[in-house]
Ligand binder design. Structure first.
Ligand code: UTP
Length: 276
């Protein structure tokens, strides 16, 4: 299956990093000489995705700016004989970047809905900006490869990770059948629960920030009822589709770092910061 489009919701307030996220998007924190968001975009490129829509909030335009060509800067660096300093940006020249605003931060599903007009292909990738994959193939590449073992034409595929049971109340958790023939890590999802207490969790497979979803899931988001906190979540759109859409989970290999917390970011700096 060829996936060419991705939505990257990066509109969140980043409250865990306040107060400085008032002024600087957490997605632009550096790991070596590149910001976190560049690792996510590079993951898309590695998967052959070159049509990317950022969902941002006001004040986070600098995320998109990072990837744009800057002819004046390029000219000045050339004059100084330092044009190589922009070499890491060269691969982005062939990418089509789009942008949609989320005016109110009403949840990850609501963020994806803001990119509805951008969606042209039957299946799209969704990558949340906090999760980085280290050591193995990037998460979205692993999902696209795993999708080859799915027989249905329309489906959703969710990246999961085996997490310690005491942490289930921090994740969306999948309830699954056994592995698909030939692929023990690919499982049919029969239920989804948002942040269950450890004793109630149907498994220890926690959702991490990579998805393949069909257009029909994006189209269903306006009908998703907001949670008690007023947020419209992608997981609730998937729960509503459980009877009509085959949903699968894939247990990704390699380690994942959640850069959305100060501790996770510190770990990412240790692991990736040196590589640059
Ligand atoms: P988080 O729940 O981590 O929220 O969102 P956040 O605002 O980024 O960070 P905290 O929790 O306040 O510290 C997970 C992903 O979903 C995006 C975020 O930008 C992040 O990439 N998101 C979340 C949106 O784009 N819009 C939303 O309304 C909520």
């Amino acid at each position: 299956m060829k996936i060419t489009q991705a939505i990257l919701p990066v509109a969140g307030l980043g409250t865990r990093f306040l107060p400085w996220t008032k002024a600087v998007p957490k997605e632009l924190l550096p790991l070596g000489n590149r910001p976190i968001i560049a690792y996510i975009v590079d993951e898309c490129l590695e998967a052959g995705i070159n049509d990317i829509c950022f969902v941002i909030s006001h004040g986070k335009e600098s995320i998109v700016e990072y990837f744009k060509e800057d002819p004046a800067l390029a000219k000045e660096l050339k004059r100084r004989g330092k044009e190589k300093l922009l070499d890491t940006l060269k691969p982005y020249a062939k990418v089509r970047f789009g942008m949609a605003y989320q005016e109110q931060m009403l949840g990850d599903g609501h963020a994806i809905l803001q990119a509805e007009k951008f969606v042209k292909s039957p299946m799209i990738a969704v990558l949340f900006g906090d999760d980085l994959f280290v050591g193995d193939k990037p998460g979205i590449v692993q999902l696209i490869e795993a999708a080859k073992d799915i027989s249905e034409k329309e489906f959703a595929l969710i990246a999961v990770e085996n997490i310690p049971r005491e942490k289930t109340n921090r994740y969306g958790i999948v309830d699954v059948d056994g592995g698909v023939v030939g692929n023990a890590h690919l499982r049919k999802v029969k239920g989804l629960v948002e942040k269950p207490e450890p004793v109630k969790a149907p498994s220890t497979l926690g959702i991490v920030g990579r998805y393949l979803i069909p257009q029909s899931v994006v189209a269903s988001l306006p009908d998703v009822r907001a949670g008690k906190d007023g947020e419209i979540r992608l997981i609730d759109a998937l729960i509503a589709k459980l009877d009509s859409l085959p949903i699968y989970s894939f247990e990704c290999s390699g380690s994942r770092i959640d850069t959305g917390t100060p501790e996770g970011y510190a770990k990412a700096v240790q692991t990736l910061g040196m590589i640059g």
